[in-house]
Design a protein around this ligand. Structure first.
Ligand SMILES: *Cc1c(COP(=O)(O)O)cnc(C)c1O
Length: 243
């Protein structure tokens, strides 16, 4: 198991390096985030003890279950799943550094209230639904700039950029327009010069399409299966509400 994970990490880092070269980008511009849903703390630790620093969960329950076992191993934890307002407390309790899936004002306001009470701040990315699929979360592209403006007024939220899942397709060329759209939105929002808004990060690209995402400007690629192997549940289980 350990050998598999280390080998897979090597392959992924090589893919990232080659994609950066092809796109004429500096390798330092792209961070690898390990999507660790369903992955055991033992496996996660193997990655963290071998040079990896950034992981993310989709469900608060899993974050909670793995917290104790991982807390002594240095790492940064992001949240990439649909966040329900009644789970906000846990996000803060279990040291999530960045919520990548912020996509609505009511959630942001509740998060802000809680952060104020705890005298904390948190980094956020705004999740955009770039594929226009009903089942996926994220603000619609034409509402992203407006949401960014409203969020920027909440002092506890450090807006760092945008995140998208993109079209779920084995054909990477079909996903490319989603990534391009996210990049365009980033540029559009940067032009608006909104105070307290940083738009540096573009979190996009997964195991199957990270090269395309890097070509289109990704600064964070989120990889699960290509490092830890296939999951039992379909991704829709993690992307749908209330399950
Ligand atoms: C699971 C997941 C990933 C990683 O997907 P893989 O295909 O396993 O690499 C990336 N982003 C989100 C939001 C996910 O839920």
């Amino acid at each position: 198991m350990k050998e598999d994970i280390l080998h897979n990490l090597e392959v992924i880092h090589d893919r990232i390096k080659k994609a950066c070269e092809k796109a004429g980008r500096n390798r330092d511009e792209v961070r690898l985030l390990l999507a660790t849903k369903t992955v055991s703390p033992t496996s996660i630790k193997i990655a963290l003890e071998n040079g990896q620093t950034l992981i993310a969960e989709n469900k608060v329950q899993e974050l909670k279950e793995k917290y104790e076992e991982l807390k002594e191993t240095p790492h940064e934890n992001h949240f990439i799943g649909h966040l329900q307002t009644n789970k906000i407390k846990d996000i803060l309790k279990y040291d999530v550094a960045c919520v990548q899936s912020l996509d609505r004002m009511d959630l942001a306001e509740k998060l802000h209230q809680r952060l104020l009470a705890e005298r904390k701040t948190i980094e956020v990315l705004i999740q955009v639904n770039t594929s226009n699929e009903e089942s996926k979360f994220g603000v619609y592209p034409d509402e992203a700039a407006e949401l960014t403006r409203k969020l920027s007024e909440l002092s506890t939220l450090k807006i760092k950029g945008l995140m998208t899942i993109g079209l779920f397709s084995a054909e990477t060329e079909k996903v490319r327009p989603c990534f391009r759209l996210l990049k365009n939105l980033q540029q559009e929002i940067i032009k608006q010069n909104i105070p307290h808004v940083e738009m540096k990060e573009l979190s996009m690209g997964m195991s199957g399409d990270l090269e395309t995402a890097i070509e289109e400007g990704a600064t964070i690629v989120r990889v699960g299966t290509a490092v830890f192997g296939a999951r039992v549940y379909p991704d829709s289980f993690y992307w749908d509400e209330g399950v």
